[in-house]
Design a protein. Structure first.
Length: 107
């Protein structure tokens, strides 16, 4: 697959961590480490455009927006709890040589 970019080091994302990053195409990314699985979703809450990387990664694998409490499944981007109604984007991730590579948005 092409279009993957290095956005972080695995060492930057301990278990339970969230981290903001930006792809060269301008996509704002929220990287997360949920129980050893590193993934990436859009970093902007679809409810009120607050950064999800400033929120909380919960034990159930949901990302909670700190502003109004909307929650999104970190694996699928689907809304788990309102007030958000629209899912967040999901981005494919590869780990190579201790680096986190993020590809273009999954449609």
């Amino acid at each position: 697959m092409s279009g993957f970019e290095v956005l972080a080091s695995v060492a930057d994302l301990p278990d339970g961590a969230l981290m903001a990053a930006v792809r060269s195409d301008g996509a704002e990314i929220c990287l997360f480490n949920h129980r050893g699985t590193i993934g990436a979703v859009g970093n902007v809450c679809t409810h009120a455009e607050f950064l999800l990387s400033d929120g909380t990664l919960r034990n159930d694998g949901s990302l909670e927006c700190v502003w109004h409490g909307a929650r999104f499944d970190c694996r699928t981007g689907k809304v788990c709890r309102g007030p958000a109604e629209d899912p967040v984007a999901v981005f494919p991730v590869r780990i190579e040589g201790g680096r986190v590579l993020v590809g273009p948005r999954v449609e």
